[in-house]
Design a protein around this ligand. Sequence first.
Ligand code: V47
Length: 383
Amino acid sequence: MLHSVDPRLKSIRDKVEAGQRLSLDDGLLLYQDDIPLNDVGQLANLVRERINGNRGYYNINTHLNATNVCVYRCVFCAFRSDLRSPKGYVMDEDAILARGKEAVDNGCTEMHLVGGLHHKRDYDWYKGILKTLHGAYPDLHLKAWTAVEINWFEFLTKQSTEWVLQDLREAGLGSLPGGGAEIFHPEVRDKICEHKADSRNWIEIHRTAHRLGIRSNCTMLYGHIENAFHRIDHLIRLRELQDDTGGFQTFIPLAFHPDNTGLSHIKKPSVLMDLRTMAVSRLMLDNIPHIKAYWIMLGIETAQAALAYGADDIDGTVRHELIYHDAGATTPELLSVERIRHLIQEAGRDPVERDTLYREVIRDDQDFSKWHVGEQVAVGSMA
Ligand code: V47
């Protein structure tokens, strides 16, 4: 049941209650500063509970960034390094395997792998990382390589998207993370990362992945030089692809962290902006089942609040995250399972451990590192 909302939201409220799609103009109105945030949040919460009930998802996961050396120079990135910089590193096979062991010993169901595009490493090096990890730890889901990396692999191998994705799947690829989307509109993309995969490349790579049965996530980097129109345009492009394929599992709005980047003069987005973006995303993306409040980037308290502003997932326990911590994130490096469950409960939601594909994870009572998956958790009506 909705409390009263600002009269200017009447038509949006009617659409949301009737499960109808919001337009570009609706999205722009929801982003107006003088539209009360709580009203937007209330509408988003209605949709969130309709689709995901009172569940608050988390997973037990770890990150692996095998190198930070990158040919690209995205102005928002604090993680990348030049080849000869003292900051540059490349992990060897032993170090990668040790990370796999640490993950499995700690009960992780997922490893999230992304990294720099190292111009002295060939495609087989990247593929070999998956092969090594999958060979040793076949139950660990490898959520690996954004569309930007897949596009780079196409360039290295001179092969098609389909060939690269099939080849990586044979090596152990489980799904694609949502990174590299940034802001699709060329007015922004050409200024922050003009050299890497453009919006068409990004979308077509995810379309191909979905056609091959590989699930993926999607993101939007906000709070830098873009405006509300660019954000709504971005969300609508994702919604259109999802209409065609249904292959996205979750959307993650990523708040820009300015420290040590080429945009360090920009202030990091406010909590109000974070919550509004979460809510607007839930309302616009009526066909994507999950919205993730990535606590590493939002901070724990905002991620908790976001569970009432459209989000139903707060990502995982996370180990070894570098991209946000290099850009000034002050969140801890990892959260214990007890802590993450408590945070979700404190926010009034029922914690559910999921695997990467949103199946419930059932743990062995005696040995926490042993687990199996249950059914895919049913999502409610998306309309
Ligand atoms: O594409 C880079 C962003 C992304 C900064 O799929 C920055 O489950 C803010 O996509 N400030 C990579 N953002 C991370 C990512 C992600 C994270 C969590 C879960 C999933 C998932 C995907 O991070 C990049 C870029 O958009 N990023 N630098 C920065 N300074």
